[in-house]
Design a protein around this ligand. Structure first.
Ligand SMILES: [Zn+2]
Length: 502
């Protein structure tokens, strides 16, 4: 592993108690742009000093950028004449991404056979390995985010096909003291149990086959203690109630095959409710806004990350064609989600009038498989797509990749673990096919089986060609609900499927 001093890569800070959206959203530790920062010296052999924008400078004889469809190289024809801070910021982003999308620079690095930048797999893996090392003292503020750092970097490496066996013991050692006697995981030893930390810990342990260390009984009791009287979940005891809590809690509940009955200590139980699902659909339904998107809680602004949390939670509760159609206005949600994809950028924004950002490649890009399954019904997997997959592939390969490894919000931002994980998850959503199918063999003794019935398939070479990527640019399958590779979901299901009680 590298020493702490030569880790120049940035990471992100998340206060697990803070909502994901704009006002207190995940915040960059460093606000410096990529160009202002020093690069890790280990890659200096690739740098001829001309790489001001990452792709520019390296020379690959005989390879030229391919012909790019006008959609990705042309400014929108219709433009509101009103100039606002938002419109100015948007114009600046288009200015920034057009050279990357259009491949105008003649010296673009490592092109695939379609003329797009190739996926820098080894460099991204190396970036994630740095992210699992020690951090210098200025990263102290990230202490409560350790479960996330592990999850983002481990998950990203798994999406890239890297074996995680070598990390297993360290991951288990890291998480063992983080589970509190009350059952939940904190961000570190002695920290308050929290749904976000518990979610990231559970998924990280699932990735390395370490879930044996989780005390399922106390976890069940703790999850019950954050289930609220109105059907939703709080992020922590006494914490805010929002759709992240519902998705995180039900993900943990589902993977560990915990009993459906609420424990006696649950505030909802005191209210007369009986199970973890009581009034949950009604509560999520109340978060859909007048725009058609979904807010963190009733009356909050619609936001891509909350849309994913809500849809995925509904898919944990039941089959998508049942639960999503029952609890959400699908046509309105479809219209709102469709409006999040930007042109010429090809990527997604998170909210109305916001800028493209690669983390929404997952938060919005990951919604499509769930929504398409709700619309198509079980077992139907016509290769239709309600979003522009090619646009998302192009944005990820052209704009999100940092030359030194890692993926970023947009070209003027530095890469970090959070954007690396969710850019790659979004790329997988664009590259592969995910659909729901009733599978008899996928059972859990608690009856919560829907999320285990997804099928994931790779695209054919012909489909790849239409989407402008090569086999070497393909990321692995990512389970559309659990956001880890499906083989780890299945391994976990088999581990716990027969548990009755504890
Ligand atoms: Zn972002």
């Amino acid at each position: 592993m590298p020493s702490t001093d030569d880790i120049a890569q940035p990471q992100v800070v998340e206060d697990p108690g803070a909502p994901i959206d704009g006002h207190t959203r995940i915040e960059e530790l460093s606000t410096a742009t990529e160009e202002e920062e020093s690069e890790p010296s280990s890659d200096s052999e690739d740098d001829d000093g001309m790489n001001v924008h990452g792709w520019m400078g390296a020379k690959v004889p005989g390879k030229v950028p391919g012909k790019v469809p006008a959609l990705y190289t042309t400014r929108p024809i219709l433009k509101d004449e009103l100039v606002t801070p938002t419109s100015i910021a948007q114009d600046k982003v288009v200015e920034e991404v057009l050279p990357f999308m259009s491949g105008k620079d003649p010296e673009i690095l490592e092109l695939n056979s379609h003329g797009l930048p190739a996926l820098l797999r080894r460099k991204h893996i190396k970036f994630c390995q740095y992210g699992l090392g020690k951090f210098p003292s200025q990263f102290q503020a990230m202490d409560a985010s350790r479960p996330w750092l592990l999850y983002w970097n481990l998950a990203a490496m798994s999406f890239l096909g890297e074996d995680l066996g070598r990390w297993r013991e360290r991951v288990i050692q890291t998480f063992t003291p983080m589970q509190n006697p009350d059952g939940g995981f904190g961000g570190g030893h002695g920290q308050l149990s929290h749904c976000a930390a518990s979610y990231a810990a559970t998924l990280s342990l699932a990735l390395v086959g370490g879930l044996d260390i989780v005390d399922r009984r106390t976890m069940w009791q703790w999850l019950g203690s954050v289930k609220q009287k109105d059907g939703g979940f709080a992020m922590a005891i006494g914490g805010e109630e929002d759709v992240r809590g519902a998705y995180c809690a039900m993900t943990i509940h589902s993977l560990l095959n915990l009993p459906m009955e609420l424990p006696p200590n649950s505030p909802a139980r005191v209210n007369g409710d009986e199970t973890f699902l009581t009034n949950l659909g009604e509560w999520i339904s109340s978060c859909q806004t007048y725009e058609g998107g979904i807010g963190s809680a009733p009356d909050n602004e619609a936001h891509g990350a909350y849309a994913f949390c809500s849809l995925a939670c509904l898919c944990l509760m039941d089959a998508p064609h049942k639960s999503i159609n029952k609890w959400l206005n699908v046509p309105k949600l479809l219209a709102w989600l469709s409006s999040r994809q930007q042109a010429p950028e090809g990527g997604f924004q998170g909210r109305t009038n916001k800028l493209v950002d690669a983390c929404y490649s997952h938060w919005v890009g990951g919604c499509w498989a769930l929504l398409e399954a709700a619309i198509a019904g079980p077992g139907k997997h016509e290769e239709f797509s309600l979003c522009d997959r090619e646009g998302l592939v192009r944005y990820t390969l052209c704009c999100s990749q940092q030359k030194k490894g890692g993926l970023r919000d947009k070209p003027s931002c530095r890469a970090d673990g959070y954007h690396t994980c969710y850019s790659l998850a979004g790329l997988s959503a664009a590259q592969n096919h995910y659909y729901y199918e009733e599978k008899e063999e996928a059972v859990m003794s608690n009856g919560l089986t829907a999320a285990f019935k997804w099928r994931c398939t790779r695209v054919t070479p012909e489909q790849r060609a239409k989407l402008a990527f090569d086999e070497g640019d393909t990321v692995g399958l990512v389970h559309p609900v659990f956001v880890i590779p499906p083989e780890f979901v299945e391994r976990t299901r088999k581990q716990f499927q027969d548990k009755v009680g504890f």
